[in-house]
Design a protein around this ligand. Structure first.
Ligand code: BG6
Length: 491
């Protein structure tokens, strides 16, 4: 199977925060890989913009280094680093003042047949408003101009509403692309393909047949290099409010009438709005401890952020209920954490036992389960019960029907584009399906805020857990109290 590359229309992309970490690690390498794949049309321009005084030549040196370090080992088929750099330039400007904006306008207005114009706000949310305002003031925004904004989109409902209001005073919703990079992951989109492209699963996809669903996003990395941000965010704001919530929406939503931005986002929004408030005893926070292993030592979370009394969680597990016809009675268990035993993002759909076992009690309990591996080793496993081979009566055993996407699609399936590659190309194409709408983000905060407020008012302190473990023991208790268990966190 050969992955298709359809070139996009010519575009001008301005990256505010063009010298920053995200631009260097993700945005520029993603553009370069699309250039290599032959998806960029040739007339595009990439303009870095930041405060630092640099010439375009100096900026190109930074971009070249970023690409060498972060674009991965993929061969560049459709062009070279030099041909990509030819399209890159730089403008120094002040996001809070007037310096540099005329120069940016001159740079952009040199092209006669105006291509699609994109502005990537790869900066803190405090600069979204000033940037949006200046884009209008200097006449840089046209009707089809698109702006891309990164998470965190606010730190609570109030600040998200404020950001939405500010952006809405300069751009209409159809121009605003709020990124959640999880939505750009190949297998996350496969969730929709699996659910709505097959007849097999959808009839069983409800509380009558599904006992519970587990969503795990486990990371082995800590918070090195992002201490200041993370200490103010914690796992609830950094991961749960956005990435895990989006996965929950895709798993739980009703089939949209079509694969169209508003149809999909309407259904996701309904899921978030149907979530019950989380009960305080249905949530566990954790914070990682130091790892003393001389071979692989790590500081504790508190040591790393130099705050011996920090109560920021690096782990959170919770039980959520969706009060609607499809899901009433089926709990969703969500967990995410840093410095866990393995890197693994997995959704486990645990089906109910057969209503009656004709094989007797000694055959044991055998429920089907569908495991959707988002990363690494993307694929799907369906466990099926069969007879244990051999003599000795009717003994049952569960075997996996295992499909690895890499194997199933073969080498010609190609390396799928990473999330940023796909999402930036979607912005160029003007497709908002994989971006969060303003009301979705607000609804997610409205659900998250009371949880965080509850911790604060109770003076809640996260439970310690060992670095390299599966998280705090209390998260296991959360499951055991319901007679259930977490699936292992395997690579
Ligand atoms: C980011 C979070 O949004 O997602 C990080 O801020 C986290 O804390 C990252 O590490 C995880 O992304 P991925 O693609 O590596 O699973």
């Amino acid at each position: 199977m050969v992955s298709r590359v359809i070139p996009v229309d010519p575009f001008d992309l301005v990256i505010f925060g063009g010298t920053g970490d995200l631009a260097q690690r993700k945005i520029l390498p993603a553009l370069f890989r699309r250039h290599c794949a032959g998806q960029l049309p040739g007339g595009e321009r990439v303009i870095g913009a930041a405060r630092t005084a640099l010439t375009s030549a100096e900026y190109r040196t930074i971009v070249a280094e970023a690409i060498r370090s972060h674009a991965g080992p993929k061969a560049c088929g459709g062009g070279t680093l030099e041909s990509f750099l030819d399209r890159v330039s730089y403008v120094a400007l002040d996001a809070l003042g007037d310096e540099g904006w005329d120069a940016l306008a001159t740079e952009l207005n040199t092209q006669d047949n105006a291509p699609v114009r994109l502005f990537y706000f790869s900066v803190g949310p405090g600069l979204f408003g000033p940037l949006a305002e200046r884009l209008q003031k200097y006449g840089l925004a046209k009707d089809d101009t698109r702006i891309v904004v990164e998470k965190p989109f606010g730190r609570d409902l109030g600040s998200a509403q404020e950001l939405n209001r500010t952006l809405a005073s300069h751009f209409h919703e159809g121009q605003i692309y709020r990124i959640d990079h999880y939505l750009g992951k190949e297998t996350v989109q496969n969730l929709m393909a699996v659910r709505f492209g097959n007849m097999l699963f959808e009839p069983l996809w409800n509380s009558q047949y599904v006992d519970h669903i587990q969503i795990t996003v486990a990371e082995t990395v800590g918070v090195e290099g992002r201490e200041e941000y993370y200490e103010r965010a914690g796992a609830m704001r950094d991961m749960m409010q956005n990435h895990l919530m989006q996965l929950l929406c895709l798993i739980a939503m009703e089939p949209p009438a079509k694969f169209d931005p508003d149809a999909v986002r309407d259904e996701k929004l309904k899921v978030i709005r149907a979530l019950d408030p989380v009960e305080p005893h249905h949530i566990v926070r954790g914070q990682y401890q130091a790892r003393l292993d001389p071979e692989d030592p790590h500081p504790s979370y508190r040591g790393l952020v130099s705050n011996p009394r920090s109560t920021t969680e690096s782990y959170v597990a919770l039980k959520a209920h969706i009060s609607n016809w499809r899901w009433a009675g089926t709990p969703f268990y969500l967990r995410t954490g840093k410095r866990l035993v393995n890197r693994s993002s997995v959704i486990n759909v645990m089906f109910k036992d057969a209503p009656h076992s004709i094989f007797g009690a000694e055959a044991g309990r055998h429920a089907n389960h569908l495991k959707i591996r988002l990363q690494p080793n993307e694929g799907i496993t369906l466990s099926v019960t069969i007879k244990e081979p051999g003599q000795g009566g009717m003994r049952l055993v569960d075997v996996p029907l295992d499909m690895s996407f890499a194997e199933a699609l073969g080498p010609e399936g190609g390396d799928p584009p990473d999330a940023y590659e796909r999402l930036i190309m979607d912005v160029v194409r003007g497709n908002q399906t994989l971006f969060m709408r303003g009301d979705e983000v607000e609804a997610a905060w409205a659900w998250t805020d009371p949880v965080i407020a509850g911790w604060k008012s109770r003076g809640d302190v996260p439970k310690p857990y060992e670095s390299g473990s599966t998280g705090p023991g209390d998260a296991d208790l959360l499951m055991r109290r319901d007679g259930r268990e977490w699936r292992g966190i395997n690579p």
